[in-house]
Design a protein. Structure first.
Length: 299
């Protein structure tokens, strides 16, 4: 596979503030890639540099082999960006908005693709409605549609489901997964870490403008050892010999941190011997949120 986004030693300073401090990474053709980090980590700044909206202080960025500064026309044509902010023109309908966006890329008679995009984003019945009359969630759907009107090979989604209801979120991800299966490269930033864990095959994490993690989702999850066992017991007491595993209590359930699956039998045997009944039991693995918190808390 070849890199569709190649970022090399990118620095960006706003006066004395270093927003990005030597970030380097490559995103391959057809990947579903997550860019994660806390607020202020530099995610949106990096996306703006990739999109040509901001210039790096130093370093190099290429999209589909095109330098985003020296060959910005080709680089921007290869990219579709869904911004975090709700930016729209209140004087046009949804269809007019998408036609105008098509015109920016020199695309005339693009209605067939516009209709398909609106269908997948459940915008068809809003096609002739004015943008200012739409709800926040509907406006965000139009932003997604705008990013797709020119069929870009690389799609960047900057917090695309912020403030969006569950139904739209599911519909949006079904469409984006279809685009990814069709060969589009997807780059996602999100604060919903379960989305990144479910959708993305590889993840980069930024902290204070620096890249602090870059690996496959599976490898990142594997860095957190152990399992969590949540137990609701009758009577509500935990044998003293199991207190060494106790990690806390959650909604009337004991949460035990187990080093491995073999310890599960030890716990159950101890409960049987103490004649304590298990009313409810859940065995959970560490998730991406725990990995994220662990990495962000490192010095």
């Amino acid at each position: 596979m070849s890199a569709v986004i190649d970022i090399r030693q990118v620095h960006k300073a706003f006066g004395p503030i270093k927003a990005l401090d030597g970030v380097s990474l490559s995103i391959e053709q057809g990947e579903f890639f997550a860019l994660l980090g806390p607020n202020g980590a530099g995610k949106t700044t990096l996306i703006n540099i990739v999109a040509g909206l901001t210039r790096a202080t130093s370093g190099e960025v290429r999209v589909m082999g095109y330098d985003v500064v020296a060959d910005y026309r080709h680089a921007r044509r290869a990219l579709g960006v869904v911004p975090q902010e709700l930016v729209f023109d209140p004087f046009f309908t949804v269809r007019e908005t998408l036609r105008i966006q098509s015109g920016y890329f020199g695309l005339a008679h693009n209605d067939d693709w516009i209709d398909e995009v609106m269908h997948h984003l459940d915008l068809t019945d809003k096609a002739e409605r004015n943008m200012r009359a739409l709800s926040g969630g509907m406006k965000r759907r139009v932003l997604v549609a705008q990013a797709l009107v020119h069929k870009p090979p690389v799609i960047v989604l900057d917090e695309p489901t912020a403030g969006v209801d569950v139904e739209l979120r599911q519909g949006l991800w079904n469409f984006v997964k279809k685009l990814n299966r069709d060969g589009h490269t997807i780059v996602l930033t999100t604060h919903y870490l379960e989305e990144a864990e479910t959708l993305c095959s590889r993840i980069a994490m930024l902290k204070q403008g620096r890249l602090v993690a870059l690996d496959t989702t599976a490898n990142l999850l594997a860095t957190m050892s152990g399992r969590y066992l949540k137990l609701k017991l009758a009577p509500e007491q935990l044998p003293a010999s199991l207190h060494r595993f106790l990690a806390g209590e959650e909604q009337g359930r004991f949460v035990l941190a187990l080093p491995d699956y073999a310890t599960l039998e030890t716990v159950l045997a101890t409960l049987r011997e103490a004649k304590i009944q298990v009313l409810d039991m859940e065995l959970a693995q560490p998730d991406l949120e725990e990995v994220f918190v662990s990495i962000m808390n490192r010095e």
